[in-house]
Design a protein around this ligand. Structure first.
Ligand code: BJW
Ligand code: ZN
Length: 267
């Protein structure tokens, strides 16, 4: 019986692969010092990250949600890609095969490592969208607006400081409307064009690497199982088994900053 951690068998398949899709999640950035979404790192103040990542939370308390995203923007600006991001970028740079990164992450670290062909499924920490005119803009300002300066610390505030008034939160330079982070929250549809592009890559790839995702958030959670269903090898890199592991050809357990460079090294 074949073993899911058979590295020599993986390497044979990897060497021959002509179109590799990398599907990444928060775990690929964990060794860069960015907390994952779930698990012990996934708290900000007393909130679970998933409780703030909804439009309902934003509508109720835009100041609180902006503080949460401001904190994460400022944190990411101090972080660097790690060996897992770099080895994926180097694979694309070699130019001997097509490499597409489909990431659920909003931190931009794949691009910082040099990956060019990146599909951001859930948007970006460094883009905003106007609630009034819909305009999407890149924004790497630090802080994003004066009122957020010094706000967003992850420690519980007792008593909580006053909310930032809406007119002092990030506003659109065109129409003055309230801006929101250009990310996909729970209950929101993914961008159709982004989803279509991801679908094409997944249909055409001959190897899929699933790196650092818990594989519980849809629609991304069904991507790799769909690839596996059409008989294409899928290799998962994670600290622990996930609900999808049993559907994959390979499962390499451990920190992906170590396992991924080892797997992608061509001898
Ligand atoms: C390491 C490591 C190391 C650690 N090395 N590994 C079908 C069935 C059931 C539910 C649904 C369904 N279709 C839709 C839903 C609802 C919902 C959903 O999926 N819910 C589930 C939780 C049940 N999906 C949606 O709402 C999506 N919208 C949608 O489908 O629209 C249509 C629709 C509308 C209305 C109703 C129904 C359908 C949108 C999902 C958007 C997700 N957005 C977020 C927030 C983005 C912005 C932000 O970051 O603030 O995206 S949620 C959050 O989860 C974030 C992540 O990208 C995403 C995935 O998390 P990820 O990356 O897997 O991180 P973790 O933390 O979960 O896992 C880390 C992993 O790394 C772990 O496994 C660790 O072991 C591992 N790890 N260190 C290797 N060093
Ligand atoms: Zn506007």
């Amino acid at each position: 019986m074949s073993r899911q951690d058979d590295m020599p068998a993986f390497k044979e398949i990897f060497k021959a692969a002509k179109h590799v899709v990398v599907l990444s999640g928060a775990g690929i950035s964990a060794e860069s010092g960015i907390p994952t979404f779930r698990g012990s790192g996934g708290f900000w103040r007393s909130y679970k990250s998933q409780d703030l990542a909804t439009f309902g939370a934003f509508r109720r308390d835009p100041s609180l949600v902006w503080e949460f995203y401001h904190y994460r923007r400022e944190l990411v600006l101090t972080k660097k890609p790690n060996p897992a991001h770099h080895s994926v970028a180097e694979l694309e740079a070699r130019g001997d095969r097509k490499v597409t990164v489909i990431t659920q992450n909003i931190d931009g670290l794949h691009q910082s490592a040099g990956s060019k062909n990146v599909i951001e499924l859930h948007g970006s920490l460094f883009k905003t969208r106007c609630l009034s005119c819909g305009q999407v803009q890149e924004n790497r300002s630090s802080p994003i607006c004066p009122a957020l300066h010094g706000r967003g610390a992850p420690e519980l505030e007792t008593p909580r400081r006053d909310c930032i008034p809406e007119d002092k939160l990030p506003r659109c330079s065109d129409c003055s409307g309230l801006l929101r982070p250009h990310v996909v929250w729970f209950g929101e549809n993914l961008d159709k064009q982004v989803l279509d592009r991801a679908g094409e890559e997944l249909e055409q790839c001959d190897l899929c690497l699933v790196i650092g995702t818990s594989s519980v958030v849809y629609p991304a959670a069904m991507f790799a199982p769909q690839v596996a269903e059409r008989g294409v090898p899928v290799a998962e890199f994670n600290m622990e088994p996930t609900p999808a592991s049993h559907q994959f050809t390979f499962h390499f357990e451990g920190p992906c900053g170590t396992t991924v460079p080892e797997a992608l090294k061509l001898d």
